[in-house]
Design a protein around this ligand. Sequence first.
Ligand SMILES: [Zn+2]
Length: 218
Amino acid sequence: MKKIPQRLCVSCRERRNKSDLIRVVLLADGRVEVDPTGKMPGRGAYVCRNNECLEAACKAHRIEKSLKGISQEGMSDQLKAVMDQAETRNTTSRKPESDLLGSSGSAHTHMNVTEDKILSFLGLATRAGQVVSGADAVSAASGKNKVFLFIVADDAAEGTLRLLKRISEDKGIPLRRFSGKNKLGLCLGKRDRAVVAITDKNFADQLIRLLNEYVSAE
Ligand SMILES: [Zn+2]
């Protein structure tokens, strides 16, 4: 029998197959980051893919302690998002591992898309360096044809919305309204953000899919 790699869960302290655990990695700057692929470089800690272990780990900051790292805002939302992706992956079947959300086709996902889930995905995209925010930075990036999606907060100023709509039409970049300035800013680790631009095609496609399901679910 082939030996499956085993890792220790920081919550229940049991050894499990690596694939049944979510990996969190210690970054060079001391922050800890959820590693949806399980392949990010750096020292890792693991937690079971279940609510009990996950919540216990977050509440007691067990992951940060085990890695001696600094905890991040929204860590538990990220962990939950990764866990839900895994569930989607297990209940359907044909899922490439590189597909963060486990939903490469838009038609047959049964995921309950919430605002928090989208925000935490946006947080992942931010830490992957694929998000630009603030009206000036966003229009500069779109001038260089680097933008694949605009997200404008529901409470953005009229002038900001008008500017972005114009760029969106000129360049054929999709524009979606979503959430509020405060929440968008928070998930980027910044102050209020009325405008966010996604600079990676894959992240943009996945966000559009999530936003479509989010809107149609309401
Ligand atoms: Zn556990």
